[in-house]
Ligand binder design. Structure first.
Ligand SMILES: [Cu+2]
Length: 482
């Protein structure tokens, strides 16, 4: 059957959901091997031992089709326990990859088989949910496409962002907790000066008071886009007058970022894998763990166009370069202007394309984001045990969660196993994006609404790795779950 491509785009513009595939097709699929390993990465001329997470083709992550069974054999080829969460997918609870909540960690040399039907398309990712392994780059893209070919006439490219430190993240967390949250960045600056010649750390200055709410209390050695810095950025060859869809994943452990298109203009067409009505611009916020699908038209005259990723509150950046054939690649400095804090000005503009069934909210839950004192202990409703039940739902309910950030820092909040719709920012009700991570800035209130349609026990947490590991995590339980 020949389907007009543009009509197909219109038909699939929402977060595409397919009916379950027949069992016959599932049986034919061999499991895909996803391997956790250790590797050496060169960062600014210095070797770092980090994790790798590769698919059957040896490339990072997985590239799948909507409706394909998610039959994956996860193999731990390291000497430490690990567990990988499929961020953006809505698997059965027992296959969600969160230790203590969904399943046991996978030991060294062991593997675990996953098997569920993948019903959500989009730009997703996979990452360790064990301790602070994510800070050591244990993350990779997980792309679920509607069709084998791009849905519009143009190329696609995936960019995974990281914040990078040569230090042991466990040490960083204990320093944050021992040294007092507000001073830890400064303390680390000193340590870094002692142990390396990283020039960015030479000022040793703390952010000004009005910047205290930004997520920059950890001093990083570099920021990476597909594992590379601006010393040697990835160059993506594009067509003059052509289009490219960038699927950008903020895989940073603790850094909110801005996407800065410079002289280019782009259209944001999906957030966290779900389509929104296009929003034009050249600067887009991307909180920790969020994803952005950007459609960019390359000028007919061609050239080289840096796409920069700028962590808030920091004067360092990373990026990739879109360049037409033969264009001279400019030298781009890693240092730049200090990026402002992310806010929700653009979130207010997002409108989901998909329409959830028009049903009333059955219950509203209040969720206080708490903690962050000098002990650097964080919490939800004052609880910091990480696996405490926040509230219980029954299957079929539509729940609104009103998140009040009582702390002095922003928190990118993530609910597992479900998508939610952003339904209010402060007192303003909106018909917002459907996504799985939303930023709740310091002192602000954000309301999200989700349908309780996936029974089990689900993590609900701040995606800042240090906040999460210091207590800002809990669970949502189904009262009807077996
Ligand atoms: Cu947080």
């Amino acid at each position: 059957m020949i389907v007009n491509r543009r009509r197909l785009v219109a038909g699939l513009a929402g977060a595409a959901i397919l009916p379950l595939m027949p069992g016959k097709i599932r049986a034919q699929e061999a499991p895909r091997l996803v391997t956790v390993s250790k590797r050496t990465l060169d960062v600014k001329g210095k070797a770092a031992t980090v994790y790798g997470l590769t698919g059957p083709d040896g490339k990072p992550g997985l590239d799948m089709l909507l409706g394909e069974p998610f039959r994956v054999r996860l193999f731990n080829n390291t000497d430490t326990e690990t567990l990988i969460h499929w961020h953006g997918l809505t698997p059965p609870s027992a296959q969600d990859g969160v230790p203590m909540i969904s399943q046991d960690p996978i030991g060294p040399g062991q593997s675990y088989d996953y098997d569920f039907i993948n019903t959500r398309s989009g730009t997703h990712w996979m990452h360790s949910h064990m301790g602070l392994q994510e800070q050591q780059l244990l993350a990779a893209p997980l792309i679920v496409r509607e069709t084998r070919e791009p849905l519009f006439d143009g190329q696609e490219h995936v960019v995974l962002l990281h914040d990078f430190t040569f230090r042991d993240p466990v040490e960083i967390l204990s320093e944050l907790q021992g040294g007092g949250g507000a001073h830890a960045g400064h303390a680390m600056d000193q340590t870094q000066m002692d142990h390396s010649q990283m020039d960015h750390s030479s000022t040793g200055e703390m952010p000004s008071a009005d910047a205290s709410a930004m997520l920059n209390d950890i001093v990083y050695d570099a920021y990476l886009a597909n594992d590379r810095t601006l010393d040697d950025p990835e160059v993506v060859t594009v067509e003059k007058g052509g289009q490219i869809r960038l699927r950008i994943i903020n895989g940073a452990a603790a850094s909110n970022m801005w996407i800065d298109l410079g002289t280019l203009e782009g259209e944001l067409i999906a957030v966290d894998g779900s389509a929104i009505y296009p929003v034009r611009g050249s600067m887009f916020p991307l909180a920790i763990a969020q994803r952005a699908d950007l459609r960019i038209r390359i000028p007919g005259g061609g050239g080289a166009f840096p796409v920069l990723f700028r962590p808030e509150g920091v004067d360092m950046r990373t990026g990739v370069v879109l360049a037409t054939q033969g264009a001279a690649i400019p030298k781009i400095s890693e240092a730049g202007d200090t990026a402002p804090a992310l806010d929700l000005a653009q979130e207010l503009l997002y409108r989901a394309v998909a329409r959830p069934p028009d049903e009333p909210v059955t219950r509203t839950e209040m969720l206080m984001l708490t903690g962050g004192g000098s002990d650097y202990v964080w919490g939800l409703n004052g609880k910091s045990m990480m696996h405490d039940t926040i509230f219980t739902v029954r299957q079929g309910e539509r729940i609104s969660v009103m998140m009040h950030n009582m702390t002095g820092m922003a928190h990118p909040m993530h609910l597992h196993g479900h998508y939610f719709k952003v339904t209010a920012i402060g007192n303003m009700a909106i018909d917002g994006a459907i996504r799985d991570v939303v930023l709740v800035p310091a002192g602000e209130t954000v309301t999200v609404t989700f349908d309780a349609d996936n029974p089990g026990t689900w993590a609900f947490h701040c995606h800042h790795a240090y906040h999460m590991n210091a207590g800002m995590m809990g669970t949502i339980n189904y009262s009807s779950a077996a």
